[in-house]
Every structure is written in structure tokens, then in C-alpha cells.
Design a protein around this ligand. Structure first.
Ligand SMILES: *Cc1c(COP(=O)(O)O)cnc(C)c1O
Length: 404
């Protein structure tokens, strides 16, 4: 039998990165603002904006930094309330707290997407929203944008885990006022750490650029679409000169050199990730004890992991399932059951206000997370699916399935 694959190792970084890194080692030119033009970070920004189809991009030290800067760039007052989904990574409410705002949590459904009824109710009491596309699951962006536009509420997309995902054919991250992405190692493009924000709003990006650490006149090295001079952008920089704090959240040229050669790999990674996910999903859905929620209709996903709900298993059986899979070599994380999980909202004890989200809690107690790196082969995917199916059958078949 083939052994379960290692799902933690990353893909090698394309060889082209070495040449660029060697050149940086030779010159020692690691700071984005030293070179008069064409620094790797600036080239990355131009390439990323073009790839996604947005006017402006700003590369920073992490997606969390991009979320923080987005909130700051919206010029929200202290203690502004920011609506976020109750199912996301702890870094998201943390970025809200970091920006001196108050996270407001809304319910998430069994399909890991924002519960639109709860969202609509809570929207009346907030000044901004962060739509966190958790694990790359896209919430109903049509309904969200309609509701937010009607109230003039700005939308930040946390697309950390959604690079390559589309909604009605449009890139995720370009639908709200600003989109934030991550280059941390577990995301589609891996630089260890790093992030980027994209927007079409010249004033917003000018504020974010300055606050990211473009001190004095370094903002002159930020250009408009296709590297052109942009009068709109220059006027915005002039407006904000010396008006804003400098938080120094810049990206290093070294990181940009690691990221840029991965951009041409993205289409393949997205295609393989989706094919792998859908193959495993179809196999898992043959079990009466497993449900892999379907994507929303306008959504085309770019997954590098799979989430599924256990059906009709109680907490002890859920734990037994995870242990059985683990014993066979596949790590299953049940979001609500693993100790101190950073994706379980009750562990965010730093929140200034507490929220009771019974529906999200129920989901987290049965939602399983398994990594599926896009490099896996069909044979390796079968090993994982076989182990998950055997483990759930072992646990579920040991008890009467229908409570008789
Ligand atoms: C990874 C992740 C983040 C945080 O990204 P960093 O670059 O590590 O700050 C935020 N939101 C989601 C949904 C993520 O998956």
C-alpha cells in the first residue's frame, strides 16, 4: 500500500528565484526604496495588480498588515465597529483590534459561508466589514455588496486564502473596496511571510502606502496602472504628506524575489488544486457520514485543503474519527475540538465584546479540515480518501446509525 503523503512540505520555489536572490546578495540591495526604480517589490506590485485586474497594489509584511492598513486607510474613527464572520483565523479579529476598532462577529452557515440573515441584521450597527473568505470559501458577494453599497459601508475582502478564486468570473479581492492576500507558506504563493493589498481607490492606496512606511518622498516610487504616472495618485499623496503615522510594514526585496517567479505557476496550482479537491470531495460524499458542502453557483474555487462536515456523529465519535484517521497517517483537524484552535471564536478571548454564535459553534464542532497540497498525485489523493472513508466507517458503523 502507498504510504499517506506528507502534506506539510511546500513545493520547491522556482529556480528563477535563485538568480534574482543571487543578484540581491551581490548588491545588498534588499530595501524596496533604495533603487530609483524597478525594485523587486515595485515590480511585484505592478505584476500583481495586472494579474488581478486592479489599478493599485501595495506589498506589505503580511495579510494581517494589509488588513490593518486597509482599516486605517478607511479612516475609521476609534472604536468603529467592524463586522467579520465568526469563522475565520484569529489574525482577522486581531487586525481589527490592532486598528483600534471593535470586531462584531456574525454567524456562519454549515457551508462555512456568512449567514446572510445575521449579516443583514448586524450591518446596521457597523462602520465597515471584512469579508473573510475562510479556507477560500466565498460568501455571497452579490448579496453582501448590495447590502453594503445601499448603506455606504466599505468592504474589505480578506482573500488571504482565495488567490485564484473567481466569482462570476471576476477575481476575488477585486469586488470590495480593497482586497488583501497572504504569501505565508500555507497559501497559494509561498514566501514564508508577506502580503499585498489591491484597490482601485487612489486615495485609499495613497494613505496605505504612506502608513506602510513610505517616509518622506518614497511614495514617488509608487506608480499607477502599468507603471504609469498617475495624477490622481500624486494628488492623493500630496494631500496626505506628513499627515499620517508610519507603521513600517514594508516587504523586503528578498521576499519579492521569491514571490515573482511563482506568479506564472499560479494558474497551474489553481487548476490542480481544484481538480484534486473535487476528486476527493466526490469520493468523500459517497459516505452517508460525510458531507462536503457544494460551492455557491457563481464561485470557482482555488482550494489547497478540504473541509467537510460529519453527519450524525456525536462529539465522542467525532474525536474517535479524527484519532482513527491520525492512526492511519492522515491528520484531521476538527476546528471546534482541537485545543486552543485559532479558528474557534471562543478562543479569541482578547475580543473587547463577546458574541454567542450557536450556529457557527455547531458547525465548528463537526467541521473537519484536511490539507490537500496541490502537488499531490491521484494515487496519493486516493490514499487520503481511503483512510478518511475507512476511519469514518469504523467509527460510525460501530454504533447504531439511526438511533434505534
Ligand atoms: C492566512 C490567513 C490570514 C493571515 O495571513 P498572514 O499573512 O499570515 O497575516 C488571514 N485570513 C485568512 C483567511 C488566512 O487564511
Amino acid at each position: 500500500m502507498t504510504l499517506p503523503p506528507n502534506v506539510h512540505d511546500a513545493e520547491p520555489i522556482p529556480a528563477a528565484a535563485r538568480e534574482a536572490i543571487d543578484a540581491l546578495m551581490q548588491s545588498g540591495d534588499l530595501f524596496r526604496y533604495t533603487a530609483p526604480q524597478d525594485a523587486p517589490v515595485a515590480l511585484l506590485e505592478a505584476e500583481f495588480a495586472e494579474l488581478l485586474g486592479s489599478k493599485y497594489a501595495l506589498a506589505v509584511s503580511s495579510c494581517s498588515a494589509a488588513l490593518f492598513l486597509s482599516l486605517k486607510a478607511l479612516d475609521l474613527p476609534r472604536d468603529a465597529r467592524v463586522l467579520i464572520p465568526g469563522f475565520t483565523f484569529a489574525a482577522v479579529p486581531s487586525s481589527v483590534v490592532h486598528a483600534d476598532c471593535i470586531p462584531v462577529l456574525c454567524e456562519v452557515g454549515e457551508n462555512y459561508r456568512i449567514d446572510m440573515a445575521d449579516f443583514a441584521v448586524k450591518l446596521d450597527d457597523v462602520q465597515a466589514v471584512i469579508i473573510s473568505h475562510m479556507r477560500g470559501h466565498t460568501s455571497d458577494m452579490d448579496a453582501i455588496m448590495d447590502l453594503c453599497n445601499a448603506r455606504g459601508i466599505p468592504v474589505i475582502e480578506d482573500a488571504a486564502h482565495s488567490l485564484g478564486t473567481t466569482w462570476h468570473g471576476r477575481n476575488i479581492g477585486t469586488i470590495g473596496n480593497v482586497g488583501c492576500f497572504s504569501f505565508q507558506s500555507y497559501k497559494m504563493i509561498n514566501a514564508g511571510e508577506g502580503g499585498i493589498l489591491i484597490t482601485d481607490d487612489a486615495d485609499l492606496v495613497a494613505r496605505a502606502v504612506i502608513m506602510s512606511g513610505a517616509y518622506e518622498h518614497n511614495w514617488k516610487k509608487h506608480k499607477g496602472p502599468r507603471g504609469d504616472n498617475s495624477p490622481e495618485l500624486e494628488q492623493a499623496f500630496a494631500r496626505w504628506q506628513n499627515q499620517l503615522p508610519l507603521y513600517n510594514l514594508r516587504l523586503s526585496n528578498l521576499s519579492a524575489a521569491v514571490i515573482r517567479p511563482q506568479i506564472p505557476e499560479l494558474a497551474r496550482r489553481v487548476r490542480d488544486g481544484l481538480a484534486n479537491h473535487d476528486y476527493v470531495a466526490e469520493r468523500l460524499n459517497t459516505s452517508p457520514y460525510i458531507n462536503v458542502p457544494a460551492p455557491l453557483k457563481p464561485e470557482r474555487r482555488a482550494p489547497d485543503s478540504i473541509q467537510f462536515n460529519l453527519v450524525g456523529l456525536d462529539e465522542a465519535e467525532t474525536r474517535a474519527f479524527a484519532a482513527a484517521a491520525d492512526a492511519r497517517g492522515v491528520k484531521v483537524q476538527v476546528f471546534g475540538l482541537s485545543e486552543d484552535n485559532a479558528r474557534a471564536f471562543w478562543n479569541w478571548q482578547f475580543l473587547p465584546e463577546k458574541f454567542d454564535l450557536p450556529q457557527t459553534r455547531d458547525m465548528l464542532m463537526k467541521a473537519c479540515d484536511v490539507r490537500l497540497p496541490v502537488r499531490l498525485t491521484r494515487e496519493e489523493l486516493d490514499v487520503i480518501a481511503d483512510i478518511l472513508l475507512a476511519s469514518v466507517a469504523e467509527v460510525a458503523d460501530a454504533v447504531p446509525a439511526y438511533g434505534t
